[in-house]
Design a protein around this ligand. Structure first.
Ligand code: FES
Length: 256
């Protein structure tokens, strides 16, 4: 049974336009958190904020849990007005995160936009990962320095205003063709996840994807968050909040 935690905010920074980097103090969650899991955060009692917002864990260490979110909508607007010393009501950590396979020696992480944040804690658990980060343009680039301390990191921008001119998946495709990758971990917009799934599977490389989905309860009770799987029969749909948000690419269709 998951419980809520009242957590003090110990750091709060806007690291890019409308992107907020928050660390809260909570030893219980920090000890339990795994890469790829998420927090369900109370966003106040305004009429349209009654539901908690799911936000991925970026990092957890000692008695701290860090998450990064983009302000888009009333819930995250509420969160963006918080400051150091305020408290947040957080349910978590929730969901199933990434699996680190000891036999994989050439892991590649590929994230797009705000999807790079859940990959940070994972990158620290992997042995010498290659990290590909895709953003719309230079103004959206985040966490390059932090990822660079962990593994060989390449930033790509859609408009070529910084780093590699093009999509991060183009780099992944070359690596797969050259045999430079034996497992892929990804989080980002759906078109990117679809491309990653197709590429990895066509090269016979294992792949884990973190899905983003609208959520209600966050604990598997309301069925708001289902996704289509490759199973047949009664188990065709799974709950992203409970069975995911991380799935093996072979488990999910990414339709719709
Ligand atoms: Fe309620 Fe997933 S959000 S079942």
């Amino acid at each position: 049974m998951k419980t809520t935690h009242i957590c003090e905010i110990v750091s709060f920074d806007e690291i890019a336009q409308d992107i907020f980097d928050v660390t809260v103090k909570c030893e219980a969650m920090a000890k339990e958190a795994k890469p790829g899991q998420f927090l369900h955060i109370d966003c106040g009692d305004a009429a349209d904020n009654l539901l908690r917002r799911p936000i991925s864990i970026c990092d957890a260490y000692e008695d701290k849990v860090r998450f990064i979110f983009e302000k888009k909508g009333s819930g995250t607007d509420y969160l963006s007005k918080k400051k150091v010393g305020d408290t947040l009501d957080i349910l978590g950590p929730l969901g199933n995160g990434f699996s680190v396979l000891p036999e994989s020696k050439k892991p590649v992480i590929i994230g797009g936009g705000i999807g790079v944040f859940p990959l940070y804690m994972l990158s620290k658990k992997l042995d010498n990962p290659t990290i590909l980060l895709g953003f719309r343009n230079k103004s959206r680039v985040c966490m390059e320095e932090e990822f660079s301390k962990i593994g060989q990191t390449t930033v790509a921008t859609d408009d070529g205003s910084y780093g590699y001119d093009g999509y991060a998946v183009n780099i992944l495709e070359k690596m797969l063709k050259n045999g430079e990758c034996d497992i892929v971990y990804s989080c980002g917009p759906m078109p990117m996840l679809r491309a990653v799934k197709t590429m990895a599977e066509s090269h016979g490389v294992k792949c884990q994807l973190s899905l983003e989905q609208r959520m209600g309860c966050g604990i598997g009770a309301c069925l708001v968050c289902t996704c289509e799987t490759t199973s047949t029969g009664t188990h065709k749909h799974k709950r992203v909040c409970k069975n995911g948000p991380v799935f093996w690419s072979s488990e999910v269709t990414l339709n719709g």
